[in-house]
Ligand binder design. Structure first.
Ligand code: PLP
Length: 436
């Protein structure tokens, strides 16, 4: 067997045959840039995968990882502990809105989502309401790839290849309404009434059967869908009225993406559970988790009939190296004012990308915080093909972007400058002009 072949690695969410025929490889990263295998500087327009919010190879984080790998390479978290996750949980509790101050650690966004769903079930069971075991998600939602996540998720391709889902899940309609909400900044003006889908599903199934509703405050992986103004508030109100837990999946919106610690803070709506991952360690070492309202923790813990209150956890929950990376990332975000930088640049970011309104193929543009979604008109009979070509051409010109269907998503490190924004928008305009 040829050890240099690309064939053995089965790549995730990738057109394997296409990639292996013409690979795009990076070999190092620093600040806003990757270095490609052929030695070019590639500006990171996607913060890796929405995770390197502090930029790459941040010295504080690199140092923390190296030191911890030398001093405490692993620590078991079942019945033992080490001090740092307790410290990290305290810092995260301070960052998340009150009363979300109980932190459970996992290793990815997918695990965070499955954990949040389980916590919701455990909470209702602890109150003698085990019948509340149905989940409500939303069309076009992305909640990772666990069976819980794909069940509540609403991205069709991620579901239909796999027959087995959680039973009893239902979905609200998505909020994408280009006829009423095109070329928007921030929350979109129309569609708050779509939150009433939750009320309809309560009428259909009965509140006594519903444990929780889960949404991304800004849907990312489906192609950047900011919520309608007032939508999240309405969901909150309906969920509270029917004793349904509200879960915000903040895996991409957490840690400064919207210029605030969380989207909950940005929109002024407090859920009962928040899932997080990615930016918590700046993407350096896998970590995810759930911030739960204190009343959820208290209910589960105080009503437990067994010494262990929650039969759930991962070998790598609060891994020492991930924990150290997270503590360093939080320090970097705070000491260097990165969330504030993101907030300061939101206007310039929006101006630059909305300036592409007249660029070739552009059908819609949506910006919020440091996120931009540039939706292209699809080629006849080849949905997604144009955006893939744009992604490849941008790579050749030194810009990494992400595409979903025919939507280009940009979500750079929060440490970018106005001239970086200019480079991204200019490169995209050129590439669009060159693409058929
Ligand atoms: N939830 C949301 C909102 C996400 O955007 C993602 C990943 O992009 C996930 C969950 C899954 O995270 P992971 O890939 O770390 O499992």
């Amino acid at each position: 067997m040829n050890p240099n072949t690309l064939e053995n690695y089965w790549m995730p969410f990738t057109a394997n045959r296409d990639f292996k025929a013409d690979p795009r490889m990076v070999v190092s990263a620093e600040g806003m840039y990757y270095t490609s295998e052929d030695g070019r500087q590639i500006m990171d327009g996607a913060a890796g995968l929405w995770c390197a919010n502090a930029g790459h190879s941040h010295p504080l984080i690199v140092e923390a990882i190296a030191t911890t790998a030398k001093t405490l390479d692993f620590a078991p978290m079942f019945n033992f502990g080490h001090p740092e996750p307790f410290r990290l949980a305290g810092q995260l509790a301070a960052l998340f809105p009150d009363p979300l101050n109980r932190i459970f650690f996992a290793n990815s966004g997918s695990e965070a989502v499955d954990t949040a769903l389980k916590i919701a079930l455990a909470y209702h069971k602890a109150r003698g309401k085990a019948g509340k075991n149905r989940f409500i998600g939303r069309e076009r939602g992305y909640h990772g790839v666990g069976f819980g996540g794909i069940s509540v998720g609403g991205i069709v391709a991620n579901r239909k290849q796999f027959a087995t889902h959680l039973p009893g899940v239902d979905h609200m309609r998505h909020t994408h309404d280009p006829a009423r909400n095109s070329f928007t900044r921030g929350a979109v003006p129309h569609g708050a009434e779509l939150a009433d889908d939750l009320e309809r599903l309560v009428t259909l199934h009965g509140a006594e059967t519903i444990a929780a509703v889960i949404v991304e405050p800004v849907a990312g992986s489906t192609g950047v869908l900011p919520p309608p103004e007032g939508y999240l508030q309405r969901l909150r109100e309906i969920a509270t009225r029917h004793d349904i837990l509200l879960i915000f999946d903040e895996v991409i919106t957490g840690f400064g993406r919207l210029g605030r610690a969380t989207a909950s803070e940005y929109f002024g709506v407090t859920p009962d559970l928040i899932t997080f991952a990615k930016g918590v360690t700046n993407g350096t070492v896998p970590m995810g988790g759930v911030a739960a309202a204190q009343f959820i923790y208290d209910t589960v813990v105080e009503n437990s009939e067994t010494p262990i209150e929650l039969f759930h956890g991962y070998t790598y929950s609060a891994h020492p190296v991930a924990t150290a990376a997270a503590l360093a990332a939080l320090r970097a975000y705070s000491e260097e004012g990165m969330f504030e930088n993101a907030a300061r640049l939101e206007q310039a970011w929006g101006d630059a990308f909305h300036g592409l309104k007249d660029a070739a193929h552009v059908a819609d543009i949506r910006t919020i915080g440091l996120i931009a979604g540039v939706e292209l008109a699809s080629r006849d009979g080849a949905a997604g093909a144009r955006a893939v070509e744009v992604m490849k051409r941008a790579w050749a010109k030194g810009l990494m972007i992400r595409v979903t269907g025919d939507i280009i998503a940009l979500s750079p490190p929060l440490v970018l400058s106005e001239s970086d924004i200019g480079f991204m928008a200019d490169t995209l305009r050129e590439v669009l002009a060159e693409t058929a």
